[in-house]
Ligand binder design. Structure first.
Ligand SMILES: [Fe+2]
Ligand SMILES: [Fe+2]
Length: 189
């Protein structure tokens, strides 16, 4: 019988396979930004995706959008979107990334419930959670941050490393980046 983390890895791979190149590129860039206790922002997103995926059935939410929203929730890091970003050109501004991330995801055709969960994950800076998915992502993000800050393990290192490798491999094997208008055109064809 497959373990919980094996099930997660299988679904994680399917989600990563479904992501357009601009989102894979953005996920890779999250390696540049701090997470907690030596983590980078990409590891934080993978662990948040794991918690959201694991807890989704308790809130009667399908696991796939929970995983997707958890993985993409901080994807707006490093996209300038507010005056404070000018004070931190390294892209660490944590105030506006919910807005820049949600905008990018909407442009890339990501499902609306996931876009909204990303837009509402930074309450009280962002709009408040309204749906069960919003609440799940908001909670998973805060709990992952707290556990990692306290040095508690959320996901074993082997699974975390495998998830990071899947993103590396998928982004290396993709065709050149399309602009968002080209991507939109491709989707409508
Ligand atoms: Fe965030
Ligand atoms: Fe986060």
């Amino acid at each position: 019988m497959a373990t919980l983390t094996e099930d997660f890895l299988r679904e994680f791979e399917e989600v990563v396979d479904s992501l357009p190149r601009p989102l894979l590129d953005r996920l890779l860039r999250l390696k540049r930004y701090r997470g907690h206790r030596g983590d980078d922002r990409l590891s934080h997103c993978i662990k948040t995706a794991y918690l959201a995926w694991k807890w989704a059935p308790k809130l009667r939410i399908p696991r796939r959008p929970a995983l997707l929203a958890g993985l993409l929730h901080d994807i707006g890091y490093g996209i300038p979107g507010c005056p404070l970003c000018r004070l931190d050109p390294g892209g660490h501004c944590g105030i506006c990334h919910w807005r820049t991330g949600a905008k990018l995801l909407a442009e890339q055709g990501v499902r609306r419930d996931v876009v909204k969960a990303v837009k509402r994950h930074m309450f009280p800076y962002s709009p408040p959670p309204r749906t069960r998915l919003d609440l799940l992502v908001w909670l998973a993000d805060k709990i992952e941050s707290t556990l990692s800050f306290l040095g508690k393990r959320v996901l074993d290192n082997t699974t975390l490393r495998r998830c990071r490798e899947l993103i590396d491999v998928k982004s290396a094997g993709e065709p050149p980046v399309q602009s968002s208008s080209e991507t939109a055109r491709t989707r409508s064809e």
